[in-house]
Design a binder for this molecule. Structure first.
Ligand SMILES: NC(=O)c1ccc[n+]([C@@H]2O[C@H](COP(=O)([O-])OP(=O)(O)OC[C@H]3O[C@@H](n4cnc5c(N)ncnc54)[C@H](OP(=O)(O)O)[C@@H]3O)[C@@H](O)[C@H]2O)c1
Length: 259
């Protein structure tokens, strides 16, 4: 199936590692023009170099999504290079959860800035460009805890539930401009954060994935692959998903207790 993403301009936050990097690779393989950001310039540069060698049109911008001026710089760099913006993926994030009483004001504030306010700001900045392009697509990477929060899941489940509400509210408001807004709710998927956790614990990442896959109540019995996430999001961004808006799709091998 041709996803018709050739020459589309897509911005991916947190595109320098894990799920975001897998998505950047997938979009580049489809012929899309992709701008990615992350805080660490080296990691951003590695993805750009790798894809540049394949002839892909990829732009890397070291940027912290919690800083308004960085988001403006990220968006301007993409607009300046390609003159349009067709889609954005709010994907930057990290895990932050634990016992409620262990989470102080700073942890809550940082989590909301990273997972909610950054997305609000980037969507606000991108809207005039999506409208000028005649419509567009927004995908928010969330977590299954947005729909089914468990004990010890704050603050992230709260930030993610807000992201789900944002997704639905904007899909209603922006549909008339042909702008679709969807969310992908992650369960457990192979990514850089698990690699770092395995390294910190002195174990192999394959062993960690096997443990998570068999011991987390995932009906399919394994963690997801970043490339599988990339396939789903590439589809959601594409004109092939032209009638899909306002959805939150569980990407979790069936783990969530709710649809
Ligand atoms: N993998 C899972 O099992 C899982 C589960 C639930 C939810 N998620 C969500 O899925 C998304 C992707 O996570 P992942 O697993 O792929 O994590 P990852 O491998 O750690 O990658 C995270 C990416 O986000 C970037 N990032 C983090 N903070 C940022 C900031 N303030 N500004 C700009 N970029 C930032 C990172 O680069 P720098 O660190 O260099 O900035 C990196 O490129 C996140 O929103 C995460 O919360 C993942």
């Amino acid at each position: 199936m041709d996803l018709e993403l050739k020459d589309k301009v897509v911005l991916v936050t947190g595109g320098s590692d894990g799920l975001g990097a897998a998505l950047v690779r997938r979009l580049a393989a489809e012929g899309a023009r992709v701008a990615l950001c992350g805080r660490d310039p080296e990691r951003v540069g590695r993805v750009v170099k790798e894809l540049g060698e394949t002839g892909a049109d990829v732009l890397g911008v070291p940027a912290d999504v919690t800083r308004q001026e960085d988001l403006e710089r990220f968006l301007s760099a993409a607009e300046g290079r390609w003159g349009r913006i067709d889609a954005i993926v709010n994907n930057a994030g990290r895990s932050a959860a634990g016992a409620f009483e262990q989470q102080d004001e700073t942890v809550w504030e940082e989590d909301l800035q990273l997972k909610l306010h950054a997305s609000v700001r980037l969507i606000r900045l991108a809207l005039p460009h999506l409208r000028a392009a005649g419509g567009g697509s927004v995908v928010n990477t969330l977590a299954v805890s947005a729909k089914a929060p468990g004990a010890g899941s704050t603050p992230t489940s709260v930030s993610r539930a807000a992201g789900l509400a944002l997704t639905k509210a904007l899909s209603k408001e922006l549909g008339a401009d042909n702008i679709r807004v969807n969310a992908v709710l992650i369960g457990l998927v192979e990514s850089g954060q698990w690699v770092r956790m395995a390294e910190a614990g002195g174990r192999s990442v394959d062993e960690l994935y096997a443990t998570l896959g068999s011991g987390s109540g995932i009906p399919l019995g394994r963690v997801g692959k970043a490339t599988e996430f990339a396939d789903l999001v590439a589809f959601l961004l594409s004109p092939r998903a032209a009638y899909i808006s306002g959805t939150g799709i569980n990407f979790d091998g069936g783990m969530s207790p709710v649809v």
